[in-house]
Design a protein around this ligand. Structure first.
Ligand code: HEM
Length: 137
């Protein structure tokens, strides 16, 4: 096989493998998701508006359930043992602006965990459709 053909095959194989990887694997698995969630909790603690929602929350539970939730929804080998998004956020009456602000905090958390922007967008695309279960409930 000519060198150029060999290199082409190598590149194509790498591309195919990349698209076959789950989002969970592309992110870097459980360790990276844990890092994102811990950064996110830090962001929440320092944001007065969003912290207001969390002031009575058991943060250890939130930490554990959010890791499971992100793991499952990005195709990872986990089980989600928390409540549904509708149940959890019912009664909070989250408005669009606070929802968007929370998304900004998640973006900060991912940036601080060195997640590249195209990958961040894939994560946001997974969670964006859940918005309807959370706002004005
Ligand atoms: C796509 C966006 C979101 C996702 C994926 C998400 C996911 C979760 C998960 C997995 C839990 C833990 C569930 C459990 O304990 O069983 C949780 C709890 C919670 N979420 Fe969200 N959430 C989102 C947006 C928001 C927003 C925008 C707010 C408020 C501004 C919010 C406020 C809360 C609070 C306060 C709790 C703790 C509830 C408690 O103390 O029992 N979430 N969320």
């Amino acid at each position: 096989m000519k060198l150029i053909t060999f290199l082409l095959v190598l590149t194509l194989t790498a591309c195919v493998n990349q698209t076959q990887k789950t989002l969970y694997e592309q992110l870097g698995g459980k360790d990276k998701i844990t890092q994102i969630v811990e950064n996110f909790i830090y962001e929440i603690e320092f944001n007065e508006t969003i912290y207001e929602y969390f002031k009575e929350t058991d943060i250890q539970r939130f930490h554990d359930k959010l890791i499971e939730h992100i793991c499952v929804n990005t195709g990872g080998p986990c089980q989600y043992t928390g409540d549904t998004m509708a149940q959890v956020h019912a009664g909070m009456n989250i408005n669009e602006s606070d929802f968007n602000l929370t998304v900004d905090l998640l973006i900060n958390a991912m940036t601080k965990a060195d997640i590249p922007h195209p990958l961040q967008n894939k994560v946001l695309a997974v969670f964006a459709p859940m918005r309807k279960d959370m706002i004005y409930k």
